[in-house]
Ligand binder design. Structure first.
Ligand code: F6R
Length: 365
């Protein structure tokens, strides 16, 4: 049931503080400020040579964010591929590697095929999955469930933020096991994680402004999304969400790639949405924003107050996000990119819960 929301997508966006909170409650030992997985894993993170991730669509972008987390927090080498490529490329997989698949439905054909391929290669397999009775959940050697509850809207929202939450918990566990994450840093990260539901609720309060800027976005034929670090996969996800429900052509780019091609597209008709929390590489993103502004591009900045002030740029709109530890920012910043897509599509009169040509579960390749 949609409750008092117009669409399932709106309900699911607004449910995120609750379901991310529920997911965290499952994985966080609050008394000890540490992550505690409820079930033992059938492999040791300390002994892994490599993590190979396969997933499709939004779940793939969650995996791309997780690559940054596993590499920085656990110094674990990660390769990641869309499952439709991983399955046919037949990558060499060592026995002391782990394959991680990510899927909301647990039925996506290509993701399942990648899982089966890894098993056939003798690898341990782990699935981050939302439907615990699904085929992927049954076939993986272990699962770490997201507790998002049933997701009805075709565009994935709450499953994505719960995937990110679980993946960050896993990366923290891996960092501890591999001796690359101090107990103190783990405590800080856990403290940051438990503030996330509240920060997401805070982010939903920007909805009124987002509704206004969505009217501008709805006039565009093309939209660019830019970000660096973990904000790069978030830019890819923002563009996917926008194109799938509003049918506006949108592309996500690593901000540093701007001058290698996409800058040619910039003029006053192309809104450029920049995801830029005030993190260690923020200054680099600011210089990309200056390049956009110098070419008449209209910037929509999603960042925090400190960053917006430091950037000192004229923007078409700024969505001011609450301050948060840069590591957890992707989970919080999922909210505004979903709301931008949602309000743009609603304003254009599109069927946001049932976008044309798309199915909720892609069980054929
Ligand atoms: C986008 C979207 C799709 C799915 C993809 C994978 O909003 O929903 O890109 O993320 O089809 O589906 P699952 O997670 O069920 O494997």
């Amino acid at each position: 049931e949609k409750g008092n929301h117009r669409h399932f997508m709106a309900k699911e966006i607004h449910e995120q503080p609750e379901v991310v909170g529920r997911t965290l409650a499952h994985y966080v030992d609050l008394a000890r400020s540490r992550i505690a997985l409820p079930d033992a894993l059938p492999f040791e993170f300390a002994r892994l040579s490599r993590l190979s991730i396969a997933a499709c669509g939004t779940a793939y972008y969650a995996g791309l964010v997780a690559k940054y987390w596993f590499e920085t927090l656990a110094r674990l080498p990660v390769e990641i591929d869309v499952a439709s490529e991983a399955r046919y490329r037949e990558p060499p997989l060592d026995r002391d590697g782990l394959t991680l698949v990510i899927s909301q439905s647990g039925e996506t054909a290509d993701t399942l095929a990648s899982l089966r391929y890894a098993k056939a290669q003798g690898q341990h397999t782990l699935a981050v999955v939302n439907v615990p009775t699904s085929t992927i959940a049954r076939e993986a050697s272990a699962i770490v469930p997201t507790l998002a509850g049933p997701e009805i809207g075709v565009a994935s929202t709450k499953a994505f933020s719960c995937q990110l939450t679980v993946l960050l918990c896993l990366a923290i566990v891996a960092g501890r096991a591999r001796g690359t994450l101090s107990a103190e840093r783990e405590r800080e990260l856990v403290d940051a994680l438990i503030t996330v539901p509240g920060l997401m609720a805070e982010a939903t309060k920007r909805e009124g402004e987002i509704e206004v800027l969505a009217r501008e976005v709805s006039k565009a034929r093309d939209v660019l999304y830019l970000g660096r670090g973990t904000s790069y996969p978030m830019a890819l996800e923002g563009a996917l969400k926008l194109k799938e429900i509003s049918y506006i052509h949108a592309e996500g780019y690593a901000a540093g790639e701007l001058k290698h091609g996409p800058i040619a597209l910039i003029d006053e008709s192309v809104p450029v949405i920049v995801i830029a929390p005030h993190d260690a590489i923020f200054e680099k993103t600011v210089s990309n924003m200056q390049e956009v502004a110098a070419r008449g591009g209209r910037i929509i900045l999603i960042g925090d107050a400190k960053g917006a002030a430091a950037a000192g740029l004229e923007t078409l709109a700024t969505v001011t996000m609450p301050d948060c530890d840069a590591v957890v920012a992707p989970i919080v910043y999922a909210v505004p990119i979903q709301l931008i897509a949602y309000h743009t599509a609603v304003f254009m009169g599109k069927d946001v819960d049932q976008p044309r040509n798309l199915a909720k579960s892609v069980t054929v390749e």
